[in-house]
Design a protein around this ligand. Structure first.
Ligand code: BEZ
Length: 257
C-alpha cells in the first residue's frame, strides 16, 4: 500500500455533531486531566482553548477561575460550548488569532486535525504574551495506527489511495517544530493510552473516519467502515470491549520574555 508523501489538505469531509461526539467520544474531555494539570490554570489568567469543541474541558478551566475563551470553527461544536456559558471565537487557527495577548493557549485533541501545524504554531506564538505558555495534548507518533491501517486496507481493497489525514508527530519532530516557531520547550513526551470506546469501534469510526470516506459514494461508505472494523479484531478485548490504540503527545512550551 503506497504511503502518501505528505498530509493532504484539510481533513476532507469531517463535519461535527456535538450530540454524536458526546455519545461516542466522551473520553476526549474526560481524559483531559493530565493536560489540564500541565496547564495549571490560575484565577484571572486569560486563556484561549484552541479547538475547544463542545466546551466540556474548557468549562473545567473556567471553574479554576481563569478567564477562558474557546476558539472553535465548527458551528455545532461552538454552539454547544456557548450553551455552557462559555465565550467562543468562531475562527480557524490557521488565521491570525484574535483577542490576544493571551497568558496561555491550551489545546486538547485538536492540533492533529490542523492541515498546516507549523503555521498554527506560529499563530499561537504571535497571540501569546511574552512569557506565555502553550500547553497541548494531541495524537502522537503511532496514534490509532491500527485503525488508520485498517481503514487504508479497506480503501486499498477498493482501489483507493492510502490517506494520512491526521498529524501524529514523534517527540523529535514536535520539538523541532515548536522551536522553529520560536518556543522554548519545557516538557514534552509521548504517552500510550489504550482507550476503551463506549460505543465500540463502530461509534468511533462513525464520529472520526469521515476523512477516509469523502471520495466514496455515500452508499459505499458503510461497507468500507464495516470492512475496516472487521480487520480490527486485535483491538477487541474480551470483558472490556473495543479499545483504541491511542498514543498522546503532551507538551508545555513557552514564548520567551
Ligand atoms: C485523537 O484524539 O487522537 C484522534 C481523534 C480522532 C481522529 C484521530 C485522532
Amino acid at each position: 500500500m503506497p504511503v502518501p508523501a505528505s498530509l493532504p489538505a484539510p481533513a476532507a469531509g469531517q463535519q461535527w455533531s456535538a450530540a454524536a461526539y458526546a455519545a461516542n467520544a466522551p473520553f476526549v474531555p474526560a481524559l483531559g486531566g493530565a493536560a489540564l494539570a500541565l496547564l495549571d490554570p490560575r484565577p484571572g489568567e486569560r486563556i484561549l482553548d484552541l479547538g475547544c469543541g463542545d466546551g466540556v474541558l474548557t468549562a473545567r478551566i473556567a471553574a479554576a477561575g481563569a478567564a477562558v475563551t474557546g476558539l472553535e470553527p465548527d458551528p455545532d461544536m461552538a454552539a454547544a460550548a456557548r450553551g455552557r456559558g462559555l465565550a467562543v471565537i468562531a475562527a480557524d487557527a490557521h488565521d491570525p488569532i484574535p483577542g490576544g495577548p493571551w497568558d496561555a493557549v491550551f489545546s486538547n485533541a485538536a492540533l492533529h486535525w490542523m492541515r498546516d501545524p507549523a503555521l498554527v504554531l506560529s499563530r499561537v506564538f504571535d497571540a501569546l504574551a511574552p512569557g506565555g505558555r502553550l500547553v497541548a495534548e494531541q495524537g502522537g507518533f503511532g496514534n490509532v495506527a491500527a485503525v488508520v491501517t485498517a481503514l487504508n486496507a479497506a480503501r486499498a481493497a477498493r482501489g483507493l489511495a492510502a490517506l494520512a489525514p491526521w498529524d501524529f508527530p514523534s517527540p523529535d519532530r514536535a520539538r523541532r517544530r515548536l522551536e522553529a516557531a520560536g518556543f522554548e520547550v519545557e516538557e514534552l513526551g509521548l504517552h500510550p493510552r489504550p482507550t476503551p470506546l463506549p460505543t465500540g469501534m463502530a461509534g468511533w469510526l462513525a464520529t472520526f473516519a469521515a476523512p477516509f470516506l469523502s471520495d466514496l459514494p455515500a452508499a459505499a461508505r458503510p461497507a468500507l467502515l464495516a470492512a475496516a472494523e472487521g480487520l480490527l479484531g486485535a483491538l477487541h478485548e474480551p470483558g472490556t470491549g473495543w479499545v483504541a490504540d491511542y498514543v498522546r503527545l503532551r507538551f508545555r512550551a513557552r514564548r520567551p520574555r
